[in-house]
Design a protein around this ligand. Structure first.
Ligand code: NDP
Length: 474
């Protein structure tokens, strides 16, 4: 008789957990997975996927406006929030079904329950109130909006605020929205609501939103958002939220009071570790509050592993998927490999959107930081060349849209290696995904230059920028 009920028990059926469970089962392991909410996790159910659908919806207004310059007369347009949300929900349900079917096809037992660690080899399934045992246990419980834990502290009326979780299910489109935070989610939802016709204010505690991104991207997007009528209030925090007959009054630390129908907090996500029984097995947490793991996703307890946003690593879906896959191959498939964190491309689905990979200009100027944060690029940077192009995309010539596109390459002066590629404008994320292949392979500026341009495209700028950028004389 087998010593345990399962070879592997996965807690959390999001991107990382599902991938790990399926791959492990494919290697012949007997696998169980527990999910307390919906199969698919944040990305599929209330993150990347529904967000992108709302982004698509929010961009039609530009298309209607731009059409005139190309000879079209577009009649009166109206927008139906309830229909968008219902259609989005239908698509999410379809995807959830696919995820579930894939798990079942792989032979994974799905338990629709909260699961809590009882000991290094045992897990309590809360709704059935029974304990299952497993040789290996994997935590893939993701993250959770942090508003209640940190940003919300001391804010009277915080209970009137929502997070992205609720934003996906609002019954009505808020006509006036205050968004708190300056990261991915704040900037993306600001673009969504503004595109759908809401009056949007971003309230951010720092000077310029998207901290950590290249400065040119940050400045240019802030300019474009301002041009689109998005109000950006910086150097300010939210003090108080009051409900009144007309909606909400959001009082800021600079004395301003913003009237709104919704106040959305997008102030980061914290690893989802609460009440999981980690302490019972002695699983240690890292500094960020996530589960501490090594390169093999192993915790300090030999048979307990963790992948994705619940750990102390990068909070991105493709990263969680890779980590889950590497874990399953290494532990059950006898093909040991670990996730590479080099040159992770990322997009911010603002409108205009951002695609970015590699080092920012500021990072590239700092060899010490490179050595500490990007060991595979150690020895590069310090002396760099910049190539920048800022132009009106071709479509703008007839549409009359003033929006400008930005492309920037950060190049190591000595080796010529392209260290950073930053794009703002239509399809930026699509372009940067492909640039990331070349950059991961160590492409130099000379390689970019030797690549034939694809004309007419915006992306061709990436291989035709010949003049080093120098700051304008003061
Ligand atoms: P981010 O970490 O990107 O941004 C959080 C923002 O909230 C920052 O601007 C931060 O300010 C601010 N903030 C944090 N704490 C406080 C506080 N106590 N008071 C006031 N402001 C505060 O988090 P998001 O919530 O936007 O997204 C969570 C994660 O999800 C991201 O890190 C990303 O990895 C992932 N994600 C990825 C997407 C994509 O790939 N397109 C889309 C959406 C999410 P400051 O800058 O000063 O620290």
């Amino acid at each position: 008789m087998a010593k345990y009920d399962y070879d592997l028990f996965v807690i959390g059926a999001g991107s990382g957990g599902v991938r790990a469970a399926r791959i492990a089962a494919g290697h012949g392991a007997k696998v169980g997975i527990a999910e307390e909410y919906r199969v698919g996790g944040t990305c599929v159910i209330r993150g990347c996927v529904p967000k992108k659908l709302l982004v698509y919806a929010s961009r039609f207004h530009d298309e209607f406006e731009d059409a005139a310059g190309f000879g079209w007369t577009v009649g009166a347009t109206t927008f139906d929030w309830a229909k968008l949300i219902a259609n989005k929900d239908k698509e999410i349900a379809r995807l959830e079904g696919l995820y579930r079917a894939n798990l079942e096809r792989a032979g994974v037992d799905i338990h629709a329950t909260r699961a809590v660690l009882e000991g290094p080899n045992s897990v309590r399934l809360a709704s059935a109130d029974r304990v299952v045992t497993a040789d290996k246990i994997l935590f893939a419980t993701g993250g959770w909006p942090s508003m209640g834990d940190d940003a919300g502290q001391g804010i009277a009326g915080i209970e009137h605020a929502i997070t992205s979780n609720e934003a996906f299910h609002l019954k009505e489109q808020p006509k006036r929205v205050v968004i708190y935070g300056g990261g991915y989610i704040a900037v993306e939802f600001a673009g969504i609501f503004a595109g759908l016709g809401s009056e949007v204010s971003i309230v951010y505690r720092g000077e310029r939103f998207l901290r950590g991104f290249d400065e040119d991207l940050r400045t240019s997007l802030a300019e474009e958002y301002a041009r689109r009528g998005i109000r950006i209030v910086t150097g300010t925090t939210i003090r108080r939220i009051e409900k009144n007959s007309g909606g909400l009054s959001v009082a800021l630390s600079n004395g301003t009071v913003l009237e709104a129908d919704a106040a959305m907090f997008a102030t980061g996500r914290v690893p989802n570790v609460k009440g999981l029984g980690l302490e019972k097995a002695g699983v240690a947490l890292a500094k960020n509050g996530g589960i501490g793991v090594d390169a093999a996703s192993r915790t300090n307890v030999a048979n307990v592993y963790a992948v994705g946003d619940v750990t102390n690593r990068v909070q991105l879906t493709p990263v969680a998927i890779r980590e889950g896959h590497a874990f399953a191959d290494s532990v059950f498939g006898k093909q040991s490999w670990s996730t590479s964190y080099d040159m992770i491309p990322t997009g911010v689905f603002s409108t205009p959107e951002i695609g970015t990979v590699g080092l920012t200009e500021a990072e590239a100027r700092d060899p010490q930081l490179i050595r500490a944060r990007y060991p595979s690029l150690a020895g590069l940077g310090g002396e760099i060349d910049l190539y920048k192009a800022q132009f009106r995309p071709m479509k703008g010539t007839l549409s009359g849209r003033a929006e400008r596109m930005l492309m920037k390459l950060v190049v190591d002066q000595l080796s010529g290696r392209v260290l950073g590629c930053h794009v703002l404008g239509p399809d930026a994320a699509e372009m940067v995904q492909l640039a990331a292949i070349a950059m991961r392979m160590g492409a130099t500026k000379a390689d970019f230059d030797a690549t034939m341009a694809l004309h007419p495209s915006a992306a061709e700028e990436l291989v035709t920028m010949r003049t080093k950028w120098t700051p304008p004389a003061k």
